[in-house]
Design a protein around this ligand. Structure first.
Ligand SMILES: Nc1ncnc2c1ncn2[C@@H]1O[C@H](COP(=O)(O)OP(=O)(O)OP(=O)(O)O)[C@@H](O)[C@H]1O
Length: 282
């Protein structure tokens, strides 16, 4: 198992038409241990997805590099599986066929591919639905197929970009258990992007809090609470408050920037709730 080294990574987007450039972050360094569960948490626009895409090899850093072990990331690879907010399944294929399709390149033997696909659909508790089409599955089930599809490639690292962001609270809670189970069963390294403090504390070994303007890592929180974690425990609530004390300022910065002269902190707190509520879904 290999470490992920993010070394002095910078990302600048250049808009050629408007001759403008925008630096999302300019110096991100972080080492992620094999088998570690790390969440990237931060306000909208701080560059969580951009960083995840660079690790995935879907986007290129302007400076710096990402290494998996001693290998530099230059493109997507089977050592890194990605799960996005939308499952993006092929509607004309069943759950099983969707997973098999992803395995086509890696596994030429059809029977072996089917066996692998069934194994991972079982792992996400979808054995009864392997022959269902995406439109016959709930949002949570579709996301579980997407997770099975990523796992079937047997990547060392699972990159998850707000995988439960579009799901209702109950489904999200169920999938939190599912992801913890998968993580414990497979011992994969998981890098997980989220807006949600509670979700980050529930799942992570470490939470990387990112900020904006200038973009970068604000603080790294180790989460030393025993699993399964209880969101109502005093230690959980204390950590939530600690994170929110920094994140609140970052959110306000983003809102000030977006609203300009229209920004009014009293109105913002009324619109977006108290500090703790903000943490629920920022
Ligand atoms: N292709 C692009 N061209 C120009 N700017 C971009 C591009 N992709 C992202 N950005 C900008 O980079 C910044 C970071 O975007 P990113 O999506 O990584 O943030 P995020 O933290 O994941 O946000 P959210 O939580 O809202 O998804 C944003 O300001 C965004 O507008």
């Amino acid at each position: 198992m290999e470490k992920v080294h993010i070394q002095k990574v910078e990302k600048t987007f250049n808009n050629k038409d408007r001759q403008e450039s925008f630096t999302v972050f300019n110096d991100i360094s972080l080492t992620i241990e094999p088998g570690e569960f790390v969440s990237l948490l931060g306000p909208s626009g701080c560059g969580k997805s951009t960083l995840l895409n660079i690790i995935a090899g879907l986007d290129e850093a302007t400076a710096g590099e990402v290494l998996v072990g001693d290998k530099k990331v230059t493109k997507p690879g089977s050592d890194r599986g990605v799960v996005f907010q939308e499952a993006a399944l092929m509607p004309w294929l069943t759950a099983l066929e969707n997973v098999i399709f992803a395995l086509k390149k890696k596994c030429k033997n059809k029977n072996k591919a089917k066996e692998q696909a069934i194994k991972y659909l079982k792992l996400v508790h979808l054995s009864k639905f392997i022959n269902s089409y995406p439109h016959e599955l709930s949002g949570g089930m579709k996301q579980r197929v997407a997770i099975a599809r990523a796992l079937a490639m047997d990547p060392k690292i699972l990159l998850m970009d707000e995988p439960f962001g579009a799901l209702d609270e109950q489904t999200r809670t169920m999938l939190h258990r599912e992801v913890q189970y998968i993580w414990e069963e497979t011992k994969k390294t998981i890098i997980f992007v989220t807006h949600n403090i509670r979700e980050a504390i529930l799942l992570s070994d470490r939470i990387v809090l990112m900020g904006t303007r200038p973009g970068g890592i604000r603080k790294i929180y180790p989460v030393d609470l025993p699993r399964p974690r209880v969101p109502t425990s005093p230690e959980f609530l204390q950590l939530e408050e600690d994170i929110m004390s920094i994140l609140g300022g970052e959110i306000e910065k983003v809102m000030r920037e977006e609203m300009g002269d229209d920004f009014n902190s009293k109105k913002a707190s009324l619109l977006y709730g108290t500090n703790r509520d903000l943490g629920d879904n920022i």
